[in-house]
Design a protein around this ligand. Sequence first.
Ligand code: UD1
Length: 422
Amino acid sequence: MDSILVRGNGPLNGDIEIAGAKNACLALMPATLLSDEPLTLTNAPRLSDIKTMTALLASLGAEVSALQDGKVQAMSCHGEINPIADYDIVRKMRASNLVLGPLLARLGHAVVSLPGGCAIGARPMDLHTTALEALGAEIELKDGYLHAKVAGGRLKGAVHKMRFPSVGATENFLMAASLAKGTSVLENAAREPEIVDLADCLNKMGAQIEGAGTSRIEIQGVDRLHGATHPVVTDRIELGTFMLAPAICGGEVTCLGGKLSLVESFVEKLEAAGISVTETERGLTVKRNGDRVKAVDVVTEPFPGFPTDLQAQMMALLCTAEGTSVLEETIFENRFMHAPELIRMGAQIEVHGGHATVHGVDKLKGAPVMATDLRASVSLILAGLAAEGETVVSRVYHLDRGYEFIEQKLSGIGAHIERIKG
Ligand code: UD1
């Protein structure tokens, strides 16, 4: 298994390109199941999660080709569709559950394995199933699989309010309701930019969706959807992660394609810590003023709040801040697995339930570390850049799920980072 070696770094300077969003692409790809005409996604990120989604869609009967080195995903689902999403693929990636809504809408039935838990928490599916049941689906759990069907073969529009704005359940509902008979309304919908991107793409395919990006989304069901070409929105989590590199090491870096509107609550915290962020036509330029950042408190929340997917990376920054910061994780119950690893690097962190108290230290020290999920892994790389000596991050396959060419991108701005082939 590969690992990544990072050496403590001086200031970072230059430009870094931000890819299309993994989480948007993972929701856009299953939309191909809704139509027998081709769907082409441009600005796709080159990640192993995208390959997993490709394998899943292919197992369902879709044709998927990666063009231009994987930057374009061309899909078509014109043949016979297999309604069964197998455990062997679904267990690898929770986002596989995003085929449930489209399969049900297109075929009137679907059998999708439950994804199981993951390192950051239990991650149930009840919000997805109740949302689809509101549209007339009957869903039963048998042998670890959700067996879903709809009487008469077609979902019916309905008004549904979610108890929590789940990103995935909102996406499943949008795709399913697009082909339902009549009008649907989703209340307390998730407002993430990836939802807006999915709705834009579905609308290009002929869907009638209004209000994406607000908590009330209205969908007028249509009889069929057609083909479309759609560019995947910028990855706000990759953006935030790379914005933290100059924040941690000093220097000035422009994240090409970055937009303030994608990361507003995150930028508020960076600014409070003493980092300056400027938006230009090229992207977001991040500059660290002064020697040490200041401590700030962070609470993760659904969009537009501070994203849980940037909590681990923000903790890496706050480890060397002046003063004490408190990070509160409200989205996942077990998302401080990076804290013990950061402590091995000399950080002073106490975790109590959903709160982590970080007492800033002068310097971190390099160490061999290991992470159990994607964002935790990258937080250790960031911490390694701020540490004295060498840090080796193992279990790099987590990183490859969500960061394309991370060594090349970070070394392009002057970081000392290399992959050690395992
Ligand atoms: C998506 C993102 C993930 C991000 C998360 C929260 C993708 C592919 N992944 O995941 O990177 O961390 O949003 O921003 O887009 N929940 C339930 N029942 C359900 C569904 C969710 O209780 O049926 C709970 C989850 O356990 C979790 C919370 O709701 O505590 C948020 O989950 P959700 O918004 O659904 O996240 P995902 O769509 O899985």
